[in-house]
Design a protein around this ligand. Structure first.
Ligand SMILES: [Mn+2]
Length: 452
């Protein structure tokens, strides 16, 4: 059932669809600007695919974040329509000053700046819908395409939602409506299955070790642990999942459910896709790997239908990225975190570890390599600064921990900067304040826990 606030959001999107249609009919050049992660790439893809089908002219730019200098450069571009996807809501004031038409399709926080008549602002938060859980940037962008009868592109919105961790425990709200669109179009199938990755491309022990969501303690990120698990249940670890006999697959399913029941759940697949991209969560992981390696064009190429060589390169990047995570988790397991009273931390100057520190911190907590009763800070040295990635669990947040606030306040104390969400946050501080900073965060988290 579609609620009132969803209706209002869809009406807003319809205004954008009409604006877009006018520019397509005029044969105008349309400029898409999107964010560089899996969601942002999916957002660009849903619109680019729609424009391609309409033989429209367009130009895509993928950037890490929207900043004033980017906006100022775009202002002098003579495209007659700009579409900002998975970004833009924080810049309504600046984009109001554009002389040409603008559409923003975002899902990040909004302020109360009113839009001028040449700007259509789509964002679930405007209508009281939680954009962190119910709609991704790709979802907001899909709502524009939806108004042009493009329900067969709805699955890109779901790839974006997976990229932003919105679908892992089932889709709700607007995302659920988009699932219905995708099913109705005949493109999407949903079936229960094992949510392990790379079923047709990797030997089983790697499939299991590379599965981080849902976490498989003792197996995720642990090649040896994964091999031992398979030996114990009498399965060959070198075989691919798709080559298992029916009976063997059943044994695997039963045993994995004992490790984590969430491993058997809904799989969202697009049967017309090649095996590698058939599962939408896997599709999101591939785009994520492209984004993390700054190969945005590669991710976009795949989402626009390029295959073979382009896909080979992307899979290789993904493989390297996964191996870095496994290496990082092995390191964290071997070294262990340094314990303070209420927090723990990891510290590294290694180039590879630095790039995956946040991921190691969050997976480390979920697969029990790190003590999940304490928030973890992953510290990486960058020349004369230290970059900090903080992660904790939902449980600790319920007990009062707010890492975003702790990292913001503590880093400000040392002329650094920080912030983020209660469960995941980051900061940057000068190298020499490392110990004092850690001590202060420890005290502040203790304070948060006792004053809850
Ligand atoms: Mn997003």
């Amino acid at each position: 059932m579609i609620q009132n606030k969803q209706h209002s959001l869809l009406n807003r999107a319809k205004q954008a669809s009409n604006m877009l249609k006018e520019h397509i009919d005029n044969n105008d050049v349309i400029r898409l600007v999107s964010h560089n992660d899996a969601d942002g790439i999916s957002a660009a893809a849903v619109l680019a695919n729609a424009l391609k089908e309409e033989n429209a002219q367009f130009h895509i730019t993928i950037i890490p974040r929207l900043k004033e200098d980017v906006i100022n450069k775009l202002r002098s571009d003579d495209s007659s329509l700009f579409i900002f996807t998975d970004m833009g809501s924080a810049y309504v004031k600046e984009l109001n000053t554009f002389k040409n038409d603008v559409i923003i399709a975002d899902h990040h926080q909004v302020d109360d700046t009113e839009s001028e008549s040449h700007l259509v602002h789509i964002n679930p938060h405007i209508f009281g819908i939680d954009g962190s859980k119910e709609l991704s940037g790709a979802g907001s962008s899909y709502l524009i395409a939806r108004g042009l009868d493009k329900k067969h592109l709805a699955y890109f919105a779901l790839i974006g939602a997976f990229g932003d961790m919105q679908g892992q425990n089932g889709f709700i709200g607007m995302n659920k409506m988009i699932v219905e669109d995708a099913k109705e179009s005949g493109v999407l199938e949903i079936h229960e299955g094992l949510k392990i990755v790379s079923k047709s491309t990797q030997p089983l022990f790697k499939s299991l070790a590379y599965t981080f969501s849902p976490p498989l303690p003792g197996i995720s990120g642990d090649f040896e642990g994964s091999q031992e698990f398979l030996e114990k249940i009498g399965l060959s670890y070198g075989i691919k999942f798709t080559d298992l006999e029916g009976e063997e697959a059943d044994v695997l399913k039963d045993e994995l459910i004992k490790v984590n029941p969430d491993i058997f759940d809904n799989c969202y697949t697009v049967p017309k896709e090649i095996p590698l991209l058939r599962d939408l969560e896997e599709y999101a992981y591939i785009l994520d790997a492209c984004g993390k390696n700054k190969k945005f064009g590669l991710g976009l190429g795949i989402a626009l239908g390029e295959r073979e060589k382009v896909l080979d390169v992307a899979v290789k990047l993904q493989q390297e990225y996964r191996d870095q995570i496994v290496k990082g988790l092995e390191w964290a397991k071997r070294e262990g975190a340094t314990q303070l009273n209420t927090i723990q931390y990891l510290y590294s100057e290694d180039k590879v570890l630095k790039s995956v520190m946040g991921t190691i911190a969050s997976i480390g907590l979920s697969v029990d390599i790190l003590d999940n009763s304490k928030p973890v800070l992953g510290l990486s040295r960058l020349h004369k600064d230290i970059k900090i990635s903080g992660r904790t669990t939902r449980d600790m947040v319920d007990k009062g921990v707010d890492l975003g606030k702790a990292l913001k306040d503590c880093s400000n104390n040392f002329t650094g900067q920080g912030g983020g969400h209660d469960i995941a946050a980051g900061a940057m501080i000068p190298l020499e304040s490392k110990d004092a900073f850690l001590k202060l965060v420890d005290e502040m988290v203790e304070h948060q826990l006792t004053n809850n």
